[in-house]
Design a protein around this ligand. Sequence first.
Ligand SMILES: N[C@@H](CCC(=O)N[C@@H](CS)C(=O)NCC(=O)O)C(=O)O
Length: 205
Amino acid sequence: MSEIILYASKASRSLAGYWILEELGVPYKVVDVDILAGKHREPEYLAINPSGQVPAIAVEGVVVTERPAICAFLSDRFGYGSMAPKIEAPERGAYLKWLVYSTSVIDPAIAVYASKLDKPLRQTTWGDAHQVVEILARALEGRDWLLGDWFTAADVAVGAVVSMALFNGLLPENRILNDYNDRLKKRSAFQRAEQLTWPPELFAP
Ligand SMILES: N[C@@H](CCC(=O)N[C@@H](CS)C(=O)NCC(=O)O)C(=O)O
């Protein structure tokens, strides 16, 4: 098995990195890039990710950053045909769309909503948070996952963003999205990832 390294910091968006690795069930090593201690700004880590952000992964020395790219790369490599629809599968198009949507549309919409500037924005490449929630709710109505019965890495990429946003009250309330989040949280891989991202000692008095 290839050596997989996950660069992660506690209480961060590293959740997505842990989660996809736990879903794939592959062994991996964690390098703690403690953001609070400023490790993400040290030259050793900037050589891995010049943005100084976590998560990042390295597989046999090949570095991948950005959560949807990490989800796509690992799933093609270790879950092709299961966590990632194959290239010829009709589901591949929607799969790629949701992967990209997770951080190119949902993330900025959340940032604007959180900043209380939530109003129609012109000349941006994403919609507002209300539109995002409506689109996700429409896609998930009557279905467990974004591709219907098929749980894929797209649910990890989108789910990690949505789940953290809902926890922090940074998306408008929606029953379908809440139910989706409940289903995500029941997955054992999600629960392990959550424990690794927010270990109990973080909450010790
Ligand atoms: N675009 C990145 C964003 C990751 C991100 O925002 N990571 C935060 C942790 S929650 C970070 O590393 N922040 C440190 C910094 O920007 O200085 C991705 O999708 O992976």
